[in-house]
Design a protein around this ligand. Sequence first.
Ligand SMILES: Cc1cc2nc3c(=O)[nH]c(=O)nc-3n(C[C@H](O)[C@H](O)[C@H](O)COP(=O)(O)OP(=O)(O)OC[C@H]3O[C@@H](n4cnc5c(N)ncnc54)[C@H](O)[C@@H]3O)c2cc1C
Length: 410
Amino acid sequence: MNFELSSENIQVKNMARAIAEKEILANVKYFEQERKFPKEILQKMGAAGIFGACFPEKYGGSEMGFLNLAIIAEEISKAHPSFGYAFNMQAMTCPFTILNWGTEEQIQKYVPDLIKANLIGMFALTESGGGSDPAGSMKTYARLEGDEYVINGSKTWITFANEADVGVLFAKTDLKAGHKGISAFIVETNRPGFTAKPIEISSLGFMMRSCEVFLEDYRIPKENLLGKEGEGFKIAMNALDYGRLTVSSRLVGIAQGCVDESIKYCNERIVGGNPIGEYQMIKHLIADMVVETDAARLQTYRSAYLKDKGETATRESSYAKYFASEVAAKVSRNALEIFGGNGISDEYPIMKYVNYANMLHFGEGSANIQRILIANDALGIKNANRHHIERRFALSSDIRDGKKAESING
Ligand SMILES: Cc1cc2nc3c(=O)[nH]c(=O)nc-3n(C[C@H](O)[C@H](O)[C@H](O)COP(=O)(O)OP(=O)(O)OC[C@H]3O[C@@H](n4cnc5c(N)ncnc54)[C@H](O)[C@@H]3O)c2cc1C
């Protein structure tokens, strides 16, 4: 077992840090104040191969692998957590799902432009009836009419939907078949019947919007079906399985950002004649922050390492996502304590870290949902009367080639 990053990993980390400093940190105030979507920056990140890390070269990918993707996502999220959302939309849930389930024609048409951020992506699963139960709450319906699907319904919290050109969207094609009646579609947002309305969020530093999406007699050619009719649920769960890796990397980035800023502040801030870092109770906070961030990173790297070996690593991704979300929430809270009143000032990124750490608690399966999965796995609960949510995740390790890899629920 080797815990050292290779020289290639270190190079990738340095490259990501350089991009974060030049493109993100140098422009942060402008984007936050203007609340403008930073497409040019995403394109520069795309040109550097960042979003294509896990894609084959023949589709414009850089074939760097999941560990390098985790390393990059951490660095970018540390610089500004809102840019972390780009990983799910430009590197994972949107293009990777098309790569995993699309026809050669669909892949060629969308993937190269998505990973270069020439096209902005979205992933539209959640509906207002409850993101933790996507199958039970799904009312969006697609009916086949001649050569087209006609889709009606709505989605909520869809990140980038107001900027997106293309996305993977889930709708029921059979209302009586439960989760087996869900299908996945590649939608283009410039067609009539598609509307995205940003959700107002005043939380500090939140410049990338999530949206409500409305589909009113929205028509797409039947060739835009992704996978087969009825496979949508399996596709969604498989996508979230990969999404959990980027979310845990982003949470590690947030936690590390808190550690770095707090260490600097502890040495600079003099109160009662001493740098606050010399006070025992502050040392206690710092020690917990350093150790817990390191442990969350190790869990995340393990899940990336297993994915690089070709394993689905459903269990390990779930552990990493759950643990990293708890750690980021605690570490950012500790940072706020260390900074005192200055922690809520725009001069420092602490409140931004606090907000994003707490928001990411929900993404790709909330903390409670991860607990259910992990406990069921530990207890060996395999079947019987599981709640629909557990069924939702039991399928998450089904992969394209039909191999039923290790599932968190056995
Ligand atoms: C900033 C942001 C961006 C997002 N981006 C996207 C996106 O791009 N695409 C997309 O499809 N979705 C997106 N989402 C939605 C996200 O996936 C959901 O918020 C998440 O799945 C939780 O769903 P919910 O918010 O409806 O909470 P609910 O499902 O209403 O859950 C509320 C609470 O109850 C708990 N709970 C629910 N059921 C159980 C149970 N059986 N046992 C124990 N506890 C339970 C949950 O853990 C949670 O704490 C985004 C959300 C946010 C906040």
